[in-house]
Design a protein around this ligand. Structure first.
Ligand code: NAG
Ligand code: NAG
Ligand code: NAG
Length: 318
């Protein structure tokens, strides 16, 4: 009998949640959304998707070519600007431009999507500079853009949508990527508390593995090769060439298992921007929902055991 009540209660909860979450805002055509990293991947797809929905998309692109291609593929509502999130001058220029575009409406949405994934390798193979390169862009760049845009977001009682990763919940490979995404989670949490006082909402997107430039196997292979080749002979001997080769193979397998359907992620971003009641966190991708997220709540010895099983053994392992 109690089982019936539990199931009924759960069913009622999900029904209520479903109803609450399907309510979408009206007047989307008057809302401005600024997205970083629109050259490819999630940012590019989201810009097109929101443009079709009638929102006013302001797209930050790193390259002129990326900007032109996006412009060709979208309506004349969509505007682009060159933006390097690693450069405060560029960020400030983008903010002034956005301010002029939105006028007294303010900025409804900021989507911090720009990011990089290399250099990635076992921690001992890397230098402080390698870590800094990723953290500069994925974390400090995101923080810089957010701080610059906050006055405009406050004006519209808008939303910040930060792209973290499931790797902001679990850390199982070396380099600055995981620390940068943990940082995004952490920054988003304190920001959410602060800006709730102004009616601004902060949402975090934590995708699993998706097929973007971030997971492109050619990029990752080149990255592994250049890191391996510059290693001193002693370190190479400690790990052994077969460790390196197995890492390369691991990259191929990961790429093969990546979901090609980026719209799972951009639909979450769209919901965060257009729903009456957005979620605090979205974890798009079955791997994130069914594997990584549950694993992140387990005791450390469980997750360590799982990941150690997938790792190659160094040549000089005890
Ligand atoms: C939507 O826009 C129209 C026209 O600008 C305005 O009259 C109406 O009040 C707006 N509705 C809401 C809910 O803001
Ligand atoms: C980011 O900017 C710093 C200088 O502020 C520079 O040293 C670094 O190379 C830049 N990183 C990238 C990836 O452009
Ligand atoms: C991708 O995901 C969306 C949203 O769930 C779905 O509507 C669409 O059919 C999927 N596309 C493919 C090719 O699987």
């Amino acid at each position: 009998m109690w089982l019936f009540y539990v199931v009924a209660l759960l069913g009622f909860y999900f029904l209520l949640r479903w109803y609450r979450e399907k309510q979408i805002l009206t007047n989307l055509t008057e809302k401005y959304v600024f997205i970083t990293g629109c050259d490819s991947g999630f940012g590019n797809l989201l810009a097109k998707q929101l443009d079709v929905k009638g929102l006013r998309v302001l797209a930050g692109c790193l390259s002129q070519q990326g900007a032109e291609k996006l412009k060709e593929a979208t309506s004349e509502r969509l505007q682009t600007i060159l933006l390097d999130v690693n450069n405060t001058e560029s960020v400030n220029k983008a903010m002034e431009w956005v301010k002029a575009q939105v006028g007294d409406k303010g900025l409804w949405g900021l989507v911090n999507n720009a990011g990089i994934s290399t250099p990635t390798a076992p921690n001992e193979w890397l230098t402080k500079e390698d870590f800094k390169k990723i953290i500069d862009i994925n974390l400090l760049g995101l923080i810089d853009v957010t701080i610059h845009m906050l006055p405009l977001l406050r004006q519209a009682k808008g939303r910040v949508v930060n792209v973290a990763s499931i790797m902001g919940r679990l850390s199982f490979f070396g380099g600055g990527y995981c620390p940068s995404k943990y940082g995004v989670e952490s920054f988003s949490d304190s920001l959410r508390i602060e800006v709730s006082n102004f009616g601004v909402k902060v949402c975090v997107i934590e995708p699993g593995y998706f097929r973007t430039a971030i997971t492109n196997d050619k990029n990752l292979h080149n990255n592994f090769r250049s890191v391996w080749e510059r290693l001193p002979k002693e370190i190479k001997q400690v790990y052994g060439v077969s460790y390196y080769e197995k890492m390369l193979k691991g990259v191929n397998e990961m790429q093969a298992n990546c979901s090609p359907n980026l719209s799972l992620v951009t639909n979450c971003m769209e919901h965060a921007l257009t729903a009456v009641h957005p979620r605090f966190r979205y974890s798009p991708g079955w791997d994130a929902k069914l594997f990584y997220l549950p694993l992140s709540y387990m005791p450390t010895y469980v997750s360590d055991l799982v990941f150690l099983k997938t790792y190659p053994k160094p040549e000089q392992a005890i």
